[in-house]
Design a binder for this molecule. Structure first.
Ligand SMILES: [Zn+2]
Ligand SMILES: [Zn+2]
Length: 307
């Protein structure tokens, strides 16, 4: 099948004729696919232990997601207000989280504890014994990317619970509730920045670039060769690592000195943004050396000197 790359300016408003402008996460396999991808990459990888830890988190997340009960969604009036103001309906920063997310996290921790060992298990056990107030305080920091006061041992675990909650809620809300935002650089469902871009292959989305939400895994279309942070369409460059995977490049922008990775499914159909991003931290180091700032988070990896 011939796939055509759309140029900036060829489409308007992010809506492409045949490709969906927004794609919801795959509820039945999102986290298990991530776990499988991490296990595929881990053997011989310098970060193998961490990749396998996140794979175990992924399994626990999928199990928690599969067993989630219905949680109330924002009332229609709230949804209408979000729509009228071009705001994401489940905005990570100010959405009133249902306490059910903490039950999800506690279930997830109980499951995970049986499957891991070492220092990671110590973090899991310690977090399992913490009060609800700490969960909420850490969640606020994770969601607003505040590293001051964030416990770096807890952060990926708290994020794991939040991801399950948000994926569940976004899927329950459904595609009709979502519209492309005026600000096309954040998730139309939850307002979080993307972990990476994916150039998809096959199906209606084939040949199109999607930004992949770091929190709820919703994807939204953005034309290629455009900065996913400042929207500049000039001064965009692509960097890979010599001898590294062909399917990953860093898309850099001269205008804002930012970058985000892009994964090419036509080169590797198995790519999973969160997993492949973790597996390509060597490219992040290269970009840091070049003075480029990463524009979106990976909620499975927190750095003390982050933004
Ligand atoms: Zn999102
Ligand atoms: Zn830029």
């Amino acid at each position: 099948m011939t796939q055509r790359i759309l140029e900036p300016g060829e489409i308007q408003g992010g809506a492409v004729a045949d490709a969906p402008s927004i794609r919801l996460p795959e509820l039945n396999s999102l986290f298990s696919d991530r776990a499988a991808r991490l296990r595929q990459i881990a053997p011989g990888h310098a970060l193998a232990d961490y990749l396998l830890f996140v794979a175990a988190i992924g399994d626990a997340q999928q199990s928690a997601l599969n067993n989630m009960q219905t949680i109330p969604l924002p009332v229609p009036m709230m949804l209408e207000q979000s729509r009228a103001h071009g705001m994401p309906p489940l905005n990570a920063i100010d959405h009133a989280r249902d306490p059910a997310w903490r039950t999800v996290l506690r279930t997830l921790l109980g499951d995970l504890e049986k499957k891991i060992e070492g220092i990671a298990r110590d973090h899991v056990r310690r977090l399992a014994g913490e009060p609800d107030a700490l969960y909420e305080a850490q969640a606020d920091r994770v969601l607003s990317a505040v590293t001051a006061g964030l416990d770096f041992g807890y952060a990926p675990l708290v994020a794991a619970g939040l991801q399950v909650y948000w994926v569940h809620q976004v899927a329950a809300l459904g595609l009709p509730a979502l519209i492309p935002l005026d600000v096309p650089t954040v998730c139309p469902a939850c307002g979080t920045r993307p972990v990476a871009s994916v150039a998809r292959s096959g199906g209606a989305a084939g040949g199109h670039r999607y930004l992949h939400c770091a929190l709820c895994a919703t994807e939204w279309n953005m034309v290629r060769i455009k900065c996913s942070d400042c929207e500049s369409t000039t001064g965009i460059h692509y960097f890979g690592i010599d001898g590294g995977a062909n399917a990953v490049k860093a898309e850099t922008c001269d205008a804002c000195s930012g970058y985000l990775k892009i994964f090419y499914m036509e080169k590797d159909a198995q790519v999973e943004p969160t997993a492949d991003d973790l597996a390509s931290t060597a490219l992040d180091l290269l970009m840091a050396d070049a003075g480029k700032m990463r524009s979106g988070p990976n909620l499975m990896l927190f750095a003390a000197d982050g933004e």
